[in-house]
Design a protein around this ligand. Structure first.
Ligand code: RFL
Ligand code: PHB
Length: 394
């Protein structure tokens, strides 16, 4: 592929943000071209998030891409918080009437790619040397190479949906963005295992040896995480050691035992909180991880990415439909309100559940007090449930 392409919105990145934006704009009759640095196979198999807020799941259904999720996704009406060897259920449904759906991010990506290709929408995979140009003018351009050939997309707007390590945010001139950031002194060692989940709902465990999370992908596949060092060497974690450590961290005073099985995938994920403000520069709009990162403890990253593009698609509709730029001007402020609520929730869940190194035990005792509060006060549990299942869209 080579040459010049003309479209209305040029989208960089085929993750949940870029693909959902392309889909929402297609439904509004707005033309888009999506470019993606990796292969289709890579983006469809990358192991990532697993929890959809109720509003995210509803959006997939309302826009015609939720059929497989409705069949295969697992609706959960609560989670368990485990500490001091005891489990405590937070009953989302009783507290808020809401639920979450456990459905892997690669499945969401597959469904969105399938939908886009079925209506002839364009996604150019494996592009290289991408640059966003002239977004301070009315004629922005995206230049790149595809199959080694130079290409250019001329568009009205660029959507930077290219994740945390993408090129869109760094192409914004120095000084135009303010960055807010926190790094955490721990990471997650995550595994995907061919083992039926030992519990029907997710378990978040605070243990003196460190945090652990039991999640799942299907009734036959577990997804588990353990708190580890940010520079943890996976070579030191043979499968036996991982299972032994998991079993210890999930242990209860009863007879709980994780189901073990072959480990299909292992990886270490660093933890950070990050926000770039504003999420816009001229005609370049940032969405999803390109603009913000949350630690995964609140299960908010993919949901925020989808929430951003919902706002952005509505703003483009107002621009192309009624000629109004007001919503585009308000895009960043509208998204950032939700982003900072999710930042707070993700930071709070992280600080309540992870073990801090050193110290005199103050932090551990403070965490247990907080967990006791969240699991005994209906008001505190409702706050967790409202945030976890997803705040209302404005
Ligand atoms: P993505 O998914 O990173 O997609 C960006 C895409 O842009 C491409 N790209 C480029 N394309 C063209 N040109 C360039 N120069 C490019 N540079 C990059 C990339 O290849 C990629 O395909 O960002 P997006 O769309 O904003 O989506 C964000 C989510 O992926 C992320 O927030 C979540 O995965 C975070 N997350 C979770 N979020 C949840 O909502 N619920 C969860 O339960 C949850 N658990 C998690 C998580 C993330 C994790 N890891 C591995 C970081 C658990 C983990 C372990
Ligand atoms: C996952 O299933 O991958 C998952 C679930 C909950 C989280 C993070 C990740 O908080």
């Amino acid at each position: 592929m080579s040459g010049a392409i003309r479209t209305q919105v040029g989208i960089v990145g085929a993750g949940p943000a870029g693909l959902m934006l392309a889909h929402l704009l297609h439904l509004e009759g707005i033309a888009t071209v999506v470019i993606e640095a990796r292969s289709r196979e890579h983006v469809e198999t990358r192991v990532r998030a697993g929890v959809l807020e109720q509003g995210t799941a509803e959006l997939l259904v309302e826009t015609g891409v939720g059929e497989r999720m409705q069949r295969q996704g697992m609706v959960h009406r609560g989670i368990e918080l485990r500490f001091n060897g005891q489990g405590h259920r937070i009953d989302f449904h009783d507290l808020t009437g809401r639920s979450i759906t456990v459905y892997g991010q690669p499945e969401v990506v597959k469904d969105l790619i399938q939908a886009r290709l079925s209506y002839g929408g364009e996604i150019i995979f494996e592009v290289e040397n991408v640059a966003a140009r002239d977004f301070d003018s009315a004629q922005p351009r995206i230049v790149f190479q595809a199959g080694g050939e130079p290409c250019e997309i001329a568009c009205d707007f660029i959507a930077g949906c290219d994740g945390f390590h993408g090129i869109c945010r760094p192409s914004i001139p120095e000084g135009a963005l303010t960055i807010y950031e926190r790094l955490y002194p721990f990471a997650w060692l995550g595994i995907l295992a061919e083992a039926p989940p030992a519990s029907e709902e997710l378990i978040y465990a605070n243990h003196e040896r460190g945090f652990a999370l039991m999640s799942m992908r299907t009734p036959a596949i577990s997804r588990l995480y353990l708190q580890c060092q940010p520079d943890e060497d996976l070579a030191n974690w043979p499968d036996r050691r991982i299972w032994d450590e998991m079993q210890m961290r999930f242990q209860t005073s009863g007879s709980f035992c994780l189901t073990e099985g072959p480990i299909l995938q292992k990886g270490v994920t660093g933890m950070r909180s990050f926000v770039a403000e504003p999420m816009q520069c001229g005609r370049l709009f940032l969405a999803g991880d390109a603009a913000h990162i949350v630690p995964p403890t609140g299960a908010k990253g993919m949901n925020l990415a989808i929430a951003d593009v919902r706002v952005l698609a509505r703003a483009f509709r107002a621009f192309y439909g009624a000629g109004s730029e007001d919503e585009l001007h308000r895009y960043s402020a509208t998204c950032l309100r939700r982003v900072w609520r999710a930042q707070h929730f993700s930071w709070w869940m992280t600080s309540m559940l992870h073990r801090a190194e050193g110290g005199d035990g103050f932090d551990y005792r403070r965490q247990i007090a907080e967990l006791e509060n969240v699991t005994t006060s209906r008001a505190a549990a409702t706050n967790l449930a409202e945030n976890y299942t997803g705040l209302p869209f404005d």
